[in-house]
Design a protein around this ligand. Structure first.
Ligand SMILES: Nc1ncnc2c1ncn2[C@@H]1O[C@H](COP(=O)(O)OP(=O)(O)OP(=O)(O)O)[C@@H](O)[C@H]1O
Ligand SMILES: [Mg+2]
Length: 252
């Protein structure tokens, strides 16, 4: 593994296409005891449509911080994030909220399903809130639950589902509104190794099917190796991409 920083991503065949997201020399500091503590120290990255990227790194290295900046949940200290050339730091809170609501999907380690909704409602009701017609929302939810092999559990509440099943519902919810990007923070972190691989199979499968772009934080190297790109984060900087064999064709 090379330890040189790849900033920005080295030119590849894919870089002739316009990047979906361009991260340029991103810095993020938090105040700690009145002094700034620099977590991200110049992260640069190009993200292309349809990619699946694993972000790894030690606990506290800033993986979740980077994800929340990309997702527009937090503001950068310095540097830029361009979404198809549009600088996100210029967006006001309403625009950021619209981005998160309409163009982004989230999958969390702890599933975060609404306990009082059934599996189906957890997927369909957010669509109705976005203005979808009730029947169309239900159809879309059923289609995704079927795809994720949990349609027979559609009327179960979260406490009546296993961890792996709950995460599949959360995945269905994340993809339901056909977002541009999916951010997944340790989506298999609460699952046993076998369930982990099964849930990952479902996630990668649906990501291919829906032609979405997936950025996933994981501690699990067997999970990271299944993604098209794997980028370790170390000491606030990204190391060089490790591309999977199936993405070798994109290499220069
Ligand atoms: N809101 C905040 N205020 C102050 N410090 C913060 C804040 N959020 C994160 N940090 C600090 O930033 C560092 C990076 O945190 P982050 O959650 O991004 O790490 P991580 O790589 O996701 O770790 P883990 O693998 O444990 O989830 C940590 O040292 C954390 O304490
Ligand atoms: Mg984290």
């Amino acid at each position: 593994m090379q330890t040189t920083t790849a900033q920005p991503t080295a030119p590849t065949a894919t870089s002739t296409k316009e990047a979906l997201m361009e991260v340029i020399d991103l810095h993020k500091s938090y105040l700690s005891g009145g002094r700034p503590l620099e977590i991200l120290k110049g992260v640069s990255l190009h993200i292309y449509r349809g990619e699946s990227i694993a972000l790894t790194g030690a606990s506290g290295s800033g993986k979740s911080t980077l994800l929340s900046l990309l997702a527009g949940l937090d503001r950068v200290t310095q540097g830029q994030i361009l979404l198809r050339g549009d600088a996100m730091q210029a967006w006001d809170e309403d625009r950021l909220a619209r981005w998160r609501r309409e163009e982004v999907g989230f999958v969390f380690q702890d599933f975060r399903l609404v306990k009082s909704f059934t599996a189906l409602e957890n997927v369909s009701l957010p669509l109705e809130i976005l203005g979808w017609d009730g029947q169309k929302a239900r159809q879309r939810a059923e289609e995704l639950l079927e795809h994720l092999s949990i349609l027979p559990r559609a009327h179960h509440f979260p406490h009546q589902l296993s961890g792996g099943e709950q995460q599949r519902v959360a995945i269905a919810r994340a993809y339901a509104h056909r977002p541009l990007l999916i951010f997944a923070d340790e989506p298999t972190g609460n699952l046993d190794p076998e369930t982990s691989q099964q849930v990952l199979d479902s996630l990668l499968n649906i990501n291919d099917e829906e032609q979405t772009t997936l950025i996933m934080v994981t501690h699990d190297m067997s999970v990271a190796q299944r993604m098209k790109r794997h980028i370790p984060l170390r000491a606030g900087r990204l190391e060089e991409d490790i591309r999977s064999a199936k993405d070798e064709g994109a290499k220069a």
